[in-house]
Design a protein around this ligand. Structure first.
Ligand code: ASP
Length: 322
């Protein structure tokens, strides 16, 4: 029987609804205890509580510490797979950081729930069982960190939370899931490309994320970027900015602060196509780094991680093309 390490970090999957106030909050005794007992016919589960936080309280510091915790745990004991339970709001960010920094030969699965433990149709136990099945499956090896939710398997790189409340919230726009979980087993239909691993001891760089809008000028960029090491902007369409933002972007680049552009569009890749004022061609010639389809929150984490390893704008551009 496979041995799976289950690490809890909190989130709705660890919460219950107060039937008087309707508020959802953390619970003393982990509500997945009963499911863990049930799982004993699928795998041997070793369960550890890492933190018990709603995921809006999770920071890059926790993500990096979690990676260290995982590395320590998997070195001191032999496991066949790892399942992490997490709040859904920032789940994709933790999964992506783990995907970029973890060096482990075993499958790593991140999951959560949209409905807390005592709500009708609570999805936590089901998602946990599916995740353990995926963690036990040989085919999950070498696919990077995976997010298992609502019968689907997604790559950490592409998955994002798309709905505020629906249990089918996790989707991979443009690419779709890489596999499914059914009553009979785990079926993969795609294999993600291997991406680079980075070593990060601590996050020390401050990178901010801004979103472009019609009529935007330089003021927000100027005000927000006084003491930063990098800026990620969710630009318009294929990677264009309103012309009045150009002086502030130029100023950042002149000061050696990298500016990474992603698109605020849900699908597609930001590219240097348009040559008008503020268009992608002008931005690229100025030294703006175009990212290869990551969303804003993930590009921010990748820039934080990359800046711990390099300051070279050529290397940064190369990393964001991967
Ligand atoms: N707000 C909750 C959290 O991210 C949502 C969830 O877990 O689904 O912790």
């Amino acid at each position: 029987m496979k041995k799976i390490l289950l690490i809890h970090t909190g989130g709705t999957i660890a919460m219950e609804e107060n039937k008087h106030t309707g508020g959802v909050n953390t619970k003393e005794i982990h509500p997945l205890e009963a499911t863990i007992t049930e799982l004993s016919n699928i795998a041997q589960i070793v369960s550890k509580n890492y933190v018990n936080l709603p995921s809006p309280h999770i920071t890059p510091f926790h993500m990096q510490e979690l990676a260290t915790f995982i590395q320590e745990q998997t070195k001191s004991e032999q496991y066949d797979g790892l399942v992490i339970t997490h709040g859904t709001d920032t789940l994709e960010e933790t999964a992506y950081v783990l995907d970029l920094v973890l060096e482990t030969p075993i499958p790593v699965i991140v999951t959560g729930a949209m409905r807390s433990s005592n709500e009708h149709g609570s999805d936590g136990p089901y998602n946990l069982i599916s995740s353990v099945k995926v963690a036990c499956d040989q085919q999950s090896l070498g696919k990077g960190v995976l997010v298992v939710f609502n019968d689907e398997i997604h790559s950490a790189k592409n998955v994002t939370k798309t709905h505020t409340s629906n249990i089918a919230t996790f989707q991979s726009p443009q690419y779709g899931p890489i596999g499914i979980v059914t009553k009979r087993g785990v079926f993969f239909h795609h294999t993600p490309l291997q991406s680079s691993r980075f070593s990060v001891k601590h996050f020390t760089k401050k990178v901010i994320l801004l979103k472009a809008y019609a009529g935007m000028d330089s003021s927000l960029i100027e005000a927000a970027s006084q003491n930063v090491d990098g800026v990620v902007i969710e630009a318009l369409g294929q990677g264009n900015m309103p012309p009045l933002t150009v002086p502030a972007i130029q100023d950042l680049i002149s000061r050696g602060i990298p500016v990474v552009l992603v698109s605020r569009c849900f699908n597609g890749i930001a590219q240097d196509i348009y040559s008008y004022d503020g268009g992608g061609k002008q931005l690229k010639e100025m030294g703006v780094i175009f990212s290869n389809g990551l969303n804003g929150q993930k590009a921010r984490l990748k820039l934080m991680i990359a800046l711990e390893n390099t300051n070279s704008s050529e290397k940064l551009q190369q990393l964001f093309l991967e």
